[in-house]
Write a protein that binds this ligand. Structure first.
Ligand code: FES
Ligand code: FE
Length: 385
């Protein structure tokens, strides 16, 4: 037994309340989703000036758009007059400005206040000062990342560092040319589970043999329970008879141009905290973005990215989409089966991590250190009657 009261092969998880407590979730919104770089949209979702998307980031609704020069912009979705929400749709397009539907304050695509009833009678009103509140943006891998913090953390030391830590180098992801790929399919999952259950699930493969028959057929080493994320720089090898990363192992497409030889016939997985999963296979990318909306609800947008040639010529992507769609459904079902147990007395002090899951402890420690919430438990307390 160790000091925690657990045998050495086991580590404690977080207590159940970490997955249900609204106060914990608020702390996560404040210290994680509103403080870190958050991957909000694919650049192609904003296909021209005035095209917009609204997304929920932490406690804020954020408008993502392009200005007249095509540059990316992000604003808090709040009118500076008396606070009405500006955009009420998830996506759409405006011609040249955003107009509040309450008293018609009107903002250009850079957020500047350009018109309002009786504006000329308020010559002392600074139109930039009373413009929409701007949020910082960054482009990487063909995605729009935003940060609500006044002073964002270094993108290189957070987002890109996560890729380096997993793949061994940042250059290793460049050969997939993710920024040049096209969305061949997007599926949105509304998962009734806490976002941390989804992260933990993605980080381990102890469950693979039980719930992922198709995936373990393609990646036989996953049947042993050790996820690719357990090792630095490791990609899981395709099985000998497997021709492609498809639901039945049938051939996929040509490897992405520029792919290194040692990246062929391998699967790599990366977790970019707090809300992105990147899955690399030779001929496509599966890119997950989570939108945590409540302690027990997370919307996951999953993109399957292919070369423009594959998408433009209408090649059949269904067999490769079907593989990870099934994996997603199997994983999210497992998370939804777990969520109700988080409020059970049986899980009040949490559960345990087996050796192939030990790396998840670092994620727990990171959440805890970042939010200052929930203390480690002994992991061996008995439920009370
Ligand atoms: Fe938007 Fe009044 S609240 S114009
Ligand atoms: Fe899984």
């Amino acid at each position: 037994m160790t000091a925690t009261g657990l045998p050495p092969s086991l580590l404690a998880t977080l207590p159940g309340s970490a997955y249900t407590d609204p106060e914990v979730f608020t702390a996560e919104q404040q210290h994680l989703f509103e403080a870190m770089w958050f991957c909000a949209a694919r650049l192609s979702d904003l296909d021209g000036p005035g095209a917009y998307r609204t997304v929920q980031i932490g406690r804020e609704s954020v408008i993502l758009t392009r200005n007249r020069a095509g540059q990316l912009r992000a604003f808090l979705n709040i009118c500076r007059h008396r606070g009405a929400r500006i955009c009420t749709q998830d996506s759409g397009a405006v011609k040249r400005n955003f107009q509040c539907s309450y008293h018609a304050w009107t903002y250009d695509l850079d957020g500047k206040l350009i018109a309002a009833p009786n504006l000329t009678k308020m010559p002392d009103l600074d139109r930039v000062e009373y413009g929409l509140v701007t949020v910082q943006v960054k482009e990487w891998l063909g995605y729009l990342w935003v940060c609500l913090a006044a002073e964002p953390p270094s993108f290189a030391e957070t987002v890109q560092q996560a890729v380096t830590e997993r793949l061994g180098s940042l250059a290793a992801i460049d050969s997939y040319t993710i920024e040049a790929l096209t969305v061949g399919r997007r599926i949105v999952y509304d998962v009734r589970a806490n976002w941390k259950l989804i992260v933990e699930n993605f980080m381990e493969c102890y469950h693979c043999a039980t719930i992922h028959p198709e995936l373990t057929e393609v990646l036989p080493e996953f049947a042993d329970g050790y996820a690719a994320q357990y090792y630095v720089g490791h990609g899981a090898a395709f099985g000998q008879d497997i021709q492609g990363f498809t639901v039945d192992g049938s051939p996929g497409f040509e490897p992405l141009p520029g792919l290194r030889e040692d990246q062929d016939r391998r699967y790599y997985a990366i977790t970019v905290k707090p809300q992105v999963f990147i899955n690399l296979v030779p001929d496509h990318i599966i890119f997950h973005r989570m939108f945590p909306l409540a302690p027990d609800r997370t919307v996951v947008e999953c993109d399957w990215l292919y070369t423009n040639e594959v998408v433009a010529t209408g090649k059949d992507v269904s067999r490769s989409v079907e593989l990870f769609h099934r994996v997603n459904q199997q994983d999210f079902d497992a998370c939804e089966r777990t969520q109700p147990a988080m409020s059970s007395r049986a899980y009040r002090d949490g559960g345990v991590l087996v050796p192939s899951e030990h790396h998840i402890e670092a994620f727990h420690q990171w959440v805890q250190a970042s939010t200052g919430k929930f203390v480690p438990t002994s992991g061996c307390a008995k439920p009370e009657d």
